[in-house]
Design a protein around this ligand. Structure first.
Ligand code: F6R
Ligand code: MG
Ligand code: MG
Length: 370
């Protein structure tokens, strides 16, 4: 029997502003998901939050896009939204974009990262969750983990991963996808995924030569784009991702090493600024300074017959202190740019803008230059 690992997440109300998730909402989720374990819809679950996003981490045997699991998640978000409204939380129901739910949560507002796989003898798996950024924020670390030998020593010295991996990249403007092999197509891959607001890594697969099945993803990222779904900006698509590790895959430490830079990502303050992605503990996953800086948390599990061990809070470690201090320096430096690019995003990528109004207001005062 294959196991499905699903993270389904939504911002259904912030506490306060867009900083964090109120404990009542997590309590609702814990209750619903524990009932679902009792009724056998789920094998196991863990509820957490990253910033203002409520994160449902679930295991089951229903496969990806399961009606039962999506309905469970949707109903959980609806009940949490009601509570958020009662408490007067900020932006209650922000990611509930439609009331026409018909069994699949895709395109309805929440973000989804799901994969189905045959468990290995021991299955280490990491759930990554980010706030105040976009799915393209995963491009850099996922590339480093699965394709950069300066990050992942195993690509050079472990025969079981020496052949490399296959990346599935989505063009989120044109709604197309492409599969690319590394190391053979590394430069072409980088040409795409460096443009991270358009080309996003959706999944990574083993190659045919691997001892792992080539059709079972070993990493998956949520790629929902809320503004495309709703036709207008209604909230950010703060992403989540799942990465499996060890024996035939990058080691856990090679997976975490991908996050050691505090690389620059888009989506900070009003979805319109660049800033460093700071790896933090769950405890520190609340967005404060200038609504950020953007954060990522990592929970590590061992999974056996769909049952999860308690999670380990993997960035809750002094080994990441330097990254955090560096991210704070970068924060100071970026912030000093105020409204100037590249702290502020280029015009076409901003989620808030007054520019058309300013241009209209200036009207005739703009004169043709000779
Ligand atoms: C939300 C976010 C925040 C908001 C900002 C303004 O995820 O990134 O930075 O964009 O706090 O929010 P509103 O427009 O709701 O006052
Ligand atoms: Mg919010
Ligand atoms: Mg958020």
């Amino acid at each position: 029997m294959k196991t499905t690992f699903s993270i389904i997440k939504a911002d259904v109300g912030g506490w306060p502003g867009h900083a964090s998730v109120h404990p009542d909402l997590k309590e609702i989720a814990n209750k619903r998901l524990s009932d679902a374990v009792k009724s056998k819809t789920l094998k196991d679950f863990h509820v957490t939050n990253c910033g203002d996003d409520l994160e449902l981490i679930m295991t089951h045997t229903n496969g990806v896009d399961s009606k039962e699991v999506h309905t469970l998640s949707w109903d959980t978000f609806l009940e949490a939204t009601e509570r958020a409204r009662d408490l007067g939380l900020y932006g209650a129901g922000q990611d509930i974009l439609s009331d026409a739910f018909s069994g699949n949560i895709r395109g309805m507002g929440p973000g989804i990262a799901e994969m189905e796989f045959q468990e290995r003898k021991a299955e280490p798996i990491v759930a990554f969750m980010m706030d105040k950024t976009e799915p393209g924020a995963f491009n850099f670390p996922i590339f480093k983990i699965f394709a950069d030998p300066f990050n992942t020593a195993g690509l050079i010295i472990d025969p079981s991963i020496h052949d490399g991996f296959v990346f599935e990249v989505w063009d989120i403007q044109e709604h197309k996808h492409v599969f690319m092999k590394t190391p053979e197509e590394m430069y072409d891959l980088l040409a795409l995924i460096g443009a991270k607001s358009r080309f996003v890594i959706k999944r990574v697969f083993p190659k045919k030569s691997s001892k792992l099945p080539a059709d079972e993803a070993v990493a998956v990222i949520s790629t929902e784009k809320l503004f495309q779904i709703a036709g207008e900006y209604v909230g950010k698509d703060d992403p989540a991702g799942v990465v499996r590790a060890q024996s035939g895959l990058p080691a856990l430490g090679e997976v975490l090493e991908g996050f050691a830079l505090g690389h620059l990502v888009s989506g900070w303050m009003r979805g319109s600024h660049n800033g460093p992605l700071m790896p933090v503990s769950v405890e520190q996953a609340r967005c404060t300074r200038f609504d950020g800086p953007p954060r990522v948390i990592a929970l590590g599990f061992q999974c056996k017959n769909g049952k999860l061990t308690q999670p380990v809070d993997l960035f809750d470690d002094p080994a990441f202190d330097r990254t955090r201090v560096e991210a704070q320096h970068i924060t100071d430096y970026m912030r000093r740019h105020g409204p100037f690019e590249p702290h502020r995003l280029p015009m076409q990528d901003m989620e808030y803008t007054t520019l058309p109004k300013v241009i209209t207001k200036l009207g005739d005062r703009f004169k043709k230059m000779k």
